[in-house]
Design a protein around this ligand. Structure first.
Ligand code: ATP
Length: 952
């Protein structure tokens, strides 16, 4: 075994020839490392990751739970209560102080757990969207997690990849990388394995590739020299602070609402305290402290301080649900925007179609052959249709047609980078399916791989890009030593522009204008059969004096046109249903493809995207000024032969027209369009790393249907956030109103008289804190887990400018709050002597009844809060978590009423069955009255028909 270097040892790999680097790292350029060796190195050097500078320790996160002003006030209140107890010793234990402290601790624990869960969920998502790397190990090409790359690994790079680690280049085919992130240089750098003599700066090490930089063009092969924090990026990352956690617009809006509510409640608490002090008989310091503690308790109870954590938890949990439906969210904000999406602009190939290509037809100057067979198995019948004859001719191809078809398929086969593989009788493709189909077609026509390999050795490549829509390879020819063969394939309309002659049999003839038109018409004919078309052409250059500098786009001219190849790419079965579902949800599906306009229109019609088959091409867009494009995008849903620049213009035009655009992309140049779109969606399988990094969402299965599923989940998550907001706000407002009016109307409801020589309150501070803990915790979180309503995809998207809490919601919240306060105060009045309703109970009994009624009101409100429109009885049992949470809260309430220790801590007395029934009856009024108000609202909406209710 040659001596090894660990990546911690700085090695000027750029100054060593490739062989020396390979030897030093104990690797093999063809076989790569063995699995065992790679594992050992991973163990030795650690994962290929950038470690955050300073992870926040758990104890600091726990302590942060106590940093809230209100919690600090509560702790002070508990301290005062303890001091008073020490002074007075009026009970055997300081019950009140213990109760407040326990509640503070429980709240902190709940907050801590919720935050930890949210963080775990976010971390799990990051792992799911983790980068991959292509390496050669054990002589096989494979994709592994980028974090598992080790020094000595042989990595393969192509356009759109993010370089997974630092490496010394071994091979380059016009490789270019963008190193802006590392060196600040915005222009792409050309890369070349040539050894550099002398010391140069990082930016000038052209034979090195660096972790985190992007391959913008070409292909390459490199040996990894450094991983993780040892890479150039790692060294910089070590100096950088961690980015602050992202907050979404919704979270920002909610913290605004929270702050506003907090302020409001503080004012109410202050007014209430002043009223009590002025109106009631507050005597002595202890009584004064009691009132102050009550004020603090009320503020704590009414301010939904747990809201940000619950929102994050619900967003994160929803995001996990989306992941199960193959949409991996990279930015939480996208979840909110998804619910507002009004246009889904999708690629065709692989997203709306299956990306399982099979060549069906080859058309050349002398006729057409059709190919049978399915999948990638290279077996299928070849049938000839000679020009000028009708019907199939199954005789052997032995004339010009045979020569032309063989030439066409030879060009198609050689000008590819895909690999056809057989594993246990299963044929698969590594690489681009379009290219895979060409290889399979060549095998079907009897062109053996070994013979072609023996004859044509590749000496160069001009890579494919979606802008050029062409790709060429250059080969030596064993049968014509003196020549270099150029094989070019690409979009026929583009390719024809580069051709001057056409192949016919063994000879060539000039391409007349007439003949060009004929070929384009033949191409349209293939496209109308929903075939994806490709043209093939070739050219011979003299081998004499040919060098690497002669390889470039300039060889793609003066070509000899050989033929057209048509392949099917069937639409995905689920895409038709998804298109219909999107339409029903008021979302317009739009197809944006690099393919031929006729193929695109035919597929678009099959999928239900368009009826008329109208398609606008990239060339037409080029001629349109922005204002015209803005009008065009309103009703055109198919764009063909576009390149990434057009995509960007289309997104911008749609956004000008106030659309919220979700757009897919896979190529390296799609990144700007993905960033500009409201929701950028990248492909998990066929997409490039660059596009994935620019996107908000990555589709694990590249499937259009998953986008629609993500929209549905996005709507459900938003609806759930509204549900628990409705719940938290209406029950908290109910509590505040009960206290406020209880104090204000103390005389009328008989509370003043019940106070005797002291002062009386509707509820005690500890009881308020209890209600806050019991009702705000589990039921609110369970509402966040509600399944998507079946109606979620039947109404138009939510306007983005619409706030999370609408006017209709505020009205519902105020209604429920008022009913809660009125009902609770009625119970209080009925339990006490005097007031509007005569009662006979003690103050402790009346407070226990009030306390219980308020809790029950809250529990009924849970069911009300699931919709502003639909009855609470719709899907009553669809969320069992909710029932579990309600039952738990009920059980806790029973405990606080009957357990002696809790009775002392919360000043409660045991209730009779009849008492419970009375509390239930009164509390249930909120359900019935809300049902009635929803019924009236539905009835008022129904006749208009146009403004569909939001259902959430
Ligand atoms: P979509 O944008 O819907 O994914 P697409 O995959 O067809 O569509 P591109 O990959 O940009 O878009 O291809 C555009 C055209 O370029 C194709 O219609 C085809 O004619 C040609 N083409 C595609 N792949 C290759 C390739 N590997 N080599 C040469 N030409 C190709």
């Amino acid at each position: 075994m040659p001596p090894e270097r660990t990546p911690t040892e700085p090695m000027a790999a750029y100054r060593l020839p490739p062989d020396a680097v390979i030897t030093a790292l104990g690797s093999d350029p063809r076989r790569g490392l063995s699995d065992n060796e790679a594992r050992a190195r991973l163990e030795r050097d650690g994962p290929n990751q950038l470690t955050p500078t300073r992870p926040v320790p758990g104890w600091r996160k726990l302590l942060a739970q106590f940093s809230d002003v209100l919690v600090i006030l509560l702790l002070v209140a508990a301290g005062i209560s303890l001091a008073l107890w020490l002074f007075e010793r009026d009970s055997e234990l300081p019950y009140e102080a213990i109760a407040i402290l326990t509640i503070v601790l429980l709240n902190a624990a709940m907050g801590f757990i919720q935050q930890a869960r949210a963080e775990q969920a976010v971390a799990a998502l990051q792992r799911m969207s983790a980068a991959q790397a292509r390496v050669i190990r054990n002589g096989q090409q494979m994709a592994i997690a980028a974090s598992e790359v080790v020094a000595g690994d042989i990595i393969l790079l192509e356009e759109g990849d993010t370089v997974p680690a630092d490496g010394r280049l071994l091979q380059s085919v016009a490789l270019q990388t963008s190193e802006a992130a590392l060196t600040g240089e915005s222009l792409p750098e050309s890369k070349d394995p040539e050894t550099i003599t002398g010391e140069v700066a990082v930016g000038d090490r052209q034979n090195m590739v660096f972790s985190g930089t992007a391959v913008t063009y070409g292909r390459g092969k490199a040996i990894v020299t450094a991983t993780g924090m040892q890479t150039q990026t790692g060294r910089i990352a070590g100096m950088l602070e961690e980015a602050p956690p992202e907050t979404t617009p919704l979270q920002q809006e909610l913290s605004r609402v929270g702050r506003l509510l907090g302020l409001l409640v503080m004012v109410i608490a202050a007014v209430m305290i002043t009223t009590i002090i002025l109106v009631e008989h507050v005597r002595g310091l202890p009584a004064l402290f009691d009132v102050l503690i009550l004020g603090v308790a009320l503020a704590v109870a009414a301010v939904p301080e747990g809201l940000p954590a619950v929102v994050t938890a619900v967003l994160a949990l929803g995001v996990q649900r989306m992941a199960r439906r193959n949409a991996i969210v990279r930015h939480l904000a996208a979840v909110e925007t998804l619910g507002s999406a009004s246009v889904i602009a999708s690629d065709k190939t692989g997203t709306l179609t299956r990306n399982e290509m099979t060549v069906r037809a080859v058309v050349t100057a002398s006729g057409r052959v059709t190919l049978g067979g399915t999948g990638y198995e290279p077996v299928g019948e070849v049938t000839a249709h000679r020009a000028g004859t009708t019907g199939a001719d199954t005789a052997a191809l032995d004339d010009d047609l045979r020569l032309e078809v063989e030439r066409a398929l030879t060009v198609g086969d050689r000008a590819t980078n895909a690999v056809l593989q057989e594993d246990d009788g299963r044929w698969t493709i590594q690489g681009d399916p379009t290219e895979g189909a060409l290889i399979v077609a060549a095998r079907k026509a009897g062109l053996a791989d070994e013979l072609l390999d023996a004859r044509f050795a590749r000496v160069g490549e001009v890579p494919f890009s979606s802008e050029r829509k062409l790709m060429s390879t250059l080969h030596t020819d064993a049968q014509q030593q003196e020549s270099i063969q150029v094989f070019t394939k690409g979009a026929p309309d583009v390719l024809l522009g580069r051709c001057t002659r056409e192949r016919i049999g063994k000879a060539t003839r000039p391409l007349t204008t007439e003949r060009r038109k004929e070929i384009l018409a033949l191409n349209d004919g293939l496209a109308r059969e929903a075939l994806r078309t490709l043209g093939v052409a070739a050219r011979v250059l003299p081998a004499d004096g040919f060098g690497p500098d002669d390889i470039g786009e300039h060889v793609e001219q003066d070509l000899v046109f050989v033929g057209l190849i048509g392949m099917i790419d069937p639409p995905r079965e689920e895409a038709t249903a998804a298109v219909a579902e999107a339409r029903a949800a008021g979302i317009r599906p739009v197809m944006i493809t690099g393919d031929h306009p006729v193929t695109a229109a035919v597929i678009g019609q099959e999928l239900g995207i368009v009826r008329d088959g109208r398609a606008v091409t990239g060339a037409e867009i080029d001629k349109m000024p922005d204002h015209l494009l803005e009008q065009t995008v309103r009703d055109v849903s198919i764009y063909a032969r576009v390149n990434p620049d057009h995509k960007l213009r289309i997104v911008k035009a749609l956004q000008k027209d106030r659309a919220i655009v979700a757009m897919t992309g896979d190529g390296v140049n799609d990144a700007p369009a993905l960033r500009t779109a409201d929701i950028g969606i990248a492909m998990g399988i066929t997409g490039t790393d660059v596009s994935r990094e620019a996107a908000d969402i990555v589709l694990a299965d590249d499937n259009f249907a998953s986008i629609v599923a993500a929209v549905e989940e996005g709507r459900a998550i938003f609806a759930n956030i509204r549900k628990f907001l409705r719940y938290l706000l209406s029950s908290n407002i109910g509590e505040v109103m009960t206290m406020f009016f209880g104090v204000l109307l103390a005389d009328i409801i008989g509370l003043t008289a019940a106070g005797g020589s002291g002062f009386a309150l509707p509820l005690l501070a500890t009881q308020i804190l209890w209600i806050n803990m019991v009702t705000d915790g589990a039921p609110a979180l369970a509402l966040g887990l509600d399944p998507a309503s079946p109606a979620a995809m039947t109404h138009p998207p939510r306007p983005r400018q619409e706030g999370v809490i609408t006017r209709q919601m505020w009205a519902g919240i105020a209604f429920v709050g008022t009913v809660t306060a009125a009902g609770t105060l009625l119970v209080l009045d009925a339990c006490l002597p005097g007031g509007l309703i005569e009662g006979t109970g003690t103050l402790a009994y009346a407070q226990t009844m009030t306390f219980t009624t308020l809790v029950l009101f809250s529990l009924f409100t849970v069911f009300n809060s699931r919709s502003d429109e639909l009855s609470a009885f719709c899907g009553l049992f669809s969320n069992l978590w909710l029932w579990g949470a309600v039952m738990l809260s009920l059980l806790l309430q029973v405990a606080v009423v009957y357990l002696p220790f809790l009775q002392k801590a919360f000043s409660t007395v045991s209730l009779e069955l009849a008492d419970w029934l009375a509390c239930f009856a009164v509390a249930s009024s909120v359900l019935w009255l809300r049902e009635l108000s929803k019924l009236i609202s539905r009835w008022r909406h129904a006749p208009q028909g146009q403004s569909a209710p939001s259902h959430v």
